[in-house]
Write a protein that binds this ligand. Structure first.
Ligand code: FES
Length: 501
């Protein structure tokens, strides 16, 4: 299935050249999303020598596949922070996230492609059983001093509310890819060196050298702005991986809902917003949160598509996409130096545009000799292996069950020769466990099914045509190439012809 987000489809990267040859730099940033690009702008403007490497294109990771919503609370709910850390921390979270949104507003001023606008965030329950969560969120926001109120009103066309809705005033939304492209140009203009299609293959933190296929870079400081850090790190065990699905379709007459972030909570929960682009108004719907490897990706995407068309008219879906997120074990992100001396910025859950902007500002402060006041709460070295491990084990148990069922029953018996075009299978071939897929034009790809990060078994993602690892979110193309996640090495390529029965 072809997937492309409405953001990437309407604001492509201007194109930055591949790295060529061996170079050195003061600060090396891996990852061209909002964290890395914002940091490149801040450091380059401060006169630092900065290089940024992006494996694909600017914004092709989470930023260009997000919702574009900017808010001071958390998608999980401010109540999660309040109950774990207390009301003072909830107040601090609101303040630093509000400041990050204001920073974006300043950068986006006078930039039409960024499409920044202020709007309310509206949160409500789809069923009475979810009303208590919404009420709890209202109380937490109020206790932390947010400008929040309850209302009975929802714009027509949205899924109906089961009770009072919570309205958080003066939040914002933007075109995330339009903003990112603008910021990438700003970074380049300020002197940063940006390189797309430059995948990092190896990181030597002792020698302070990063290897790519087209050159090596020697650095003084390294920042992994890669959504989840590369390589094997303790922080991975703290962060369960989740995947969500999005669609955008032209809004039909009579279905307009106006500017706003609309979160409908419930079993069929969905996030809704609109986007004006090129004289057309789109409605953007995102939902179906799942653990990778433990669900049917196509069914999840179809469920979001069906909900969007049920509520907003029968227009053809123009864009479909999905995105991965990593959740911190204690509701706060991990930002700062880790034990290896590199900077990491991860655990943003689905709140990454705002956390990512804050992370860039915090890391820039530290690299300039200062320390952001919130940094003490975000140390990546604050790991709580028991708490994090428990969360991960609970989620991994579901994944493992699904994988074993899939692997040991009908899939085990499947023969490569019977794979129809477009089909995938996990099979034993010549004593090895293989992940096989036959392309629509009949070509067979077979790679090792063992994730090169820490050895979990990959699982097919029929929407993105990729092999996804449920443990820490590494994703691979059918030929084994790394798409994203902590894995640095590709899945071992088997020789298709020798595996054909
Ligand atoms: Fe960690 Fe696959 S991503 S084992």
């Amino acid at each position: 299935m072809d997937t492309l987000s409405v953001w990437r489809g309407t604001a492509p990267s201007p194109g930055f050249g591949m790295l060529s040859g061996d170079l050195s730099t003061d600060v090396l940033i891996i990852g061209g999303g909002i964290t890395g690009v914002t940091l490149a702008v801040l450091l380059a403007r401060a006169g630092r020598q900065v290089m940024l490497l992006e494996a694909h294109e600017i914004g092709s990771g989470s930023t260009g596949n997000s919702t574009g919503n900017l808010y001071e609370t958390l998608a999980e709910g401010l109540s999660s922070v309040r109950s774990r850390w207390g009301v003072d921390m909830a107040r601090e979270v609101l303040a630093v996230r509000r400041a990050a949104v204001e920073f974006i507003e300043q950068q986006a001023r006078g930039v039409p492609d960024a499409a920044f606008r202020r709007c309310p965030l509206v949160r409500y329950a789809l069923s009475p059983s979810h009303q208590a969560e919404v009420d709890k969120e209202f109380e937490s926001l109020q206790a932390a001093g947010a400008t929040v109120e309850r209302s009975q009103q929802l714009p027509p066309g949205l899924p109906a509310a089961a009770g009072p809705v919570v309205m958080l005033a003066n939040q914002a939304q933007m075109h995330p890819q339009g903003y990112l492209v603008h910021m990438a140009k700003q970074a380049a203009q300020a002197g940063a060196s940006l390189h797309e299609h430059t995948r990092v293959l190896d990181i030597d933190t002792n020698a302070r050298v990063v290897d790519t296929a087209t050159g090596a870079v020697k650095y003084r400081e390294l920042v992994m702005a890669t959504h989840t850090p590369k390589g094997i790190r303790l922080v991975h065990n703290e962060m369960p991986v989740h995947r969500e699905y999005g669609v955008a379709l032209p809004l039909q007459a009579g279905h307009d809902i106006g500017p706003g972030i609309f979160w409908a909570e419930g079993d069929e929960g969905i996030s809704v917003r609109t986007l004006d682009h090129g004289g057309q108004r789109f409605v953007v719907c995102v939902g179906q949160d799942h653990l990778p490897g433990a669900h049917n990706a196509k069914a999840a995407l179809m469920a979001v598509e069906a909900a969007a068309r049920r509520h907003f008219g029968e227009a053809e879906v123009a864009y479909r996409w999905s995105a991965q997120n990593y959740r911190g074990a204690d509701s706060l992100p991990y930002i700062g130096r880790d034990k290896s001396g590199c900077f990491v910025a991860t655990g943003f859950a689905t709140d990454g545009l705002t956390w990512g902007t804050l992370a860039a500002r915090m890391i820039a402060d530290e690299l300039q000799g200062g320390m952001h006041a919130f940094a003490r709460h975000c140390k990546p070295t604050r790991l709580s292996p028991i708490k994090g491990g428990k969360a991960l084990l609970q989620e991994a148990a579901v994944v493992t069950k699904a994988l074993l069922k899939d692997y040991l029953t009908h899939r085990q018996e499947e023969r490569l020769s019977s794979l129809a075009p477009g089909d995938s299978a996990l099979v034993d071939a010549e004593g090895e466990s293989c992940a096989a897929w036959r392309s629509p034009d009949g070509e067979l790809f077979a790679v090792s099914s063992v994730c090169t990060h820490m050895g979990c078994k990959v699982h097919w993602n029929s929407v993105e045509t990729s092999w996804d690892c449920p443990c820490h979110g590494s994703r691979f193309r059918p030929d084994g190439t790394v798409i994203e996640g902590p894995a640095l090495k590709p899945l071992a390529r088997k020789y298709p012809r020798s595996l054909e029965p």
